[in-house]
Design a protein around this ligand. Structure first.
Ligand SMILES: *Cc1c(COP(=O)(O)O)cnc(C)c1O
Length: 364
């Protein structure tokens, strides 16, 4: 491990735990807060995040597939672990070994679980408008008409997923809520769940028995374009490798997409799209230096970005100094906005290339 790494990704585990508690505090009485830790906890690091959330009181975790589930089982021997992709017969051993709860998405998965699941708990995912995973209405109707299709399936949950929860004014929220309620009435009783991060903020009618937040735990704004109620959990810094003086008109980077408007200074930083610093943010995003913003100018390249530091104190822009790429003032949502994407993609693209530092002060 380098003592002076190119980039440092600092993850505040206490902030992740605090975010989980902020969400939990909003829930209607009796509603449980789970945590979604798929995709290595949105790139933040499941191995650190999940135990910290467990200490905060979280007992139900969602992962994408059985492989993630087994990895999580090693960390948390007694947590309930649900697998969003559901079940296939080839994974029967993994599900048994990891005591994993499949989220069954179609009649085929239900039938396979009936055979291989030995009566162990499973959840059902009901599609109410996402058209992605979950029983389509026709299959849900067959379940209602023929209860034998659920024999030997211990129902641990009935869930659905909202398509547009971050937009309070979207009519589809109410339509999905109504569709979900109708399905709950006709299916056998089980804990119900509709809301993820943003859905929690649609109010108690959307909370049911448990909620499944992911992105908001890691600091992403569940209410885009509104005040972010979550704490920033991530700091990203990158090292300056070279700084140069340039005259008016000098072109910078591939394709020369930026030309100096006047004489000034450009710093080149060890960070690029291979590190998750998305190329679409070229000539749009900025970095922090000593509390001031400095614009990224020219194309973001694979391992490098160029920043106009003309307005920054030269003592802060020497080779070896660090610039702030993500911090409390410019978070994952801000960078996502500049890159024309969403915080989810920014988080998951940060990947494993950065030197990681996990911060935690409390142990409860
Ligand atoms: C990813 C996912 C979640 C978490 O969603 P966030 O928007 O990150 O809170 C919840 N439920 C399902 C089915 C998911 O796929």
């Amino acid at each position: 491990m380098s003592t002076h790494p190119d980039s440092i990704l600092e993850i505040d585990l206490d902030a992740v735990a605090a975010n989980w508690k902020i969400l939990r505090a909003r829930l209607r009485r009796g509603c449980e807060a789970a945590a979604v830790v798929k995709a290595d906890a949105y790139g933040v690091g499941m191995a650190k995040v999940a135990p910290r959330l467990w200490r905060a009181g979280c007992r139900l975790f969602f992962v994408a597939d059985a492989e993630e589930g087994l990895a999580l089982r090693k960390l948390l021997p007694t947590a309930r672990i649900a697998v969003l992709q559901g079940f296939e017969a080839a994974a029967a051993r993994d599900f048994a070994a990891g005591r994993l709860i499949p989220v069954l998405n179609h009649l085929g998965q239900i039938a396979q679980w009936q055979k291989a699941g030995r009566g162990a708990p499973a959840m059902l995912h009901l599609d109410t408008g996402m058209s992605r995973l979950g029983l389509p209405p026709s299959e849900a109707t067959r379940l209602v008409d023929d209860p034998s299709l659920l024999h030997r399936v211990a129902l641990a949950g009935l869930m659905s997923h909202l398509t547009t929860a971050w937009d309070r004014s979207a009519k589809v929220n109410r339509m999905q809520l109504d569709a979900f309620r109708i399905l709950l009435k006709s299916l056998p009783p089980a804990p119900a769940s509709l809301a993820s991060s943003s859905g929690i903020f649609l109010g108690p009618a959307y909370h049911f028995d448990f909620v499944r937040p992911g992105a908001a735990l890691y600091g992403a704004n569940p209410l885009p374009n509104h005040f972010n109620p979550m704490r920033q959990a991530i700091i990203l810094k990158a090292k300056i490798i070279q700084t140069r003086e340039l005259g008016k008109g000098a072109a910078i980077g591939y394709d020369g997409t930026y030309r100096m408007k006047r004489r000034g200074r450009i710093a080149t930083l060890a960070m690029g799209y291979a590190d998750g610093w998305l190329r679409a943010a070229s000539n749009r995003a900025s970095v922090g230096l000593g509390g001031r913003r400095a614009p990224i100018v020219g194309r973001i390249s694979m391992d490098l970005i160029t920043v106009d530091v003309t307005q920054i104190d030269p003592r802060l822009t020497r080779p070896g100094a660090y610039a702030d790429l993500l911090d409390d003032h410019y978070g994952v949502d801000d960078f996502a906005h500049d890159a024309g994407t969403i915080a989810y993609e920014v988080l998951t693209q940060l990947g494993g290339k950065h030197h990681r530092v996990y911060r935690t002060t409390t142990h409860a």
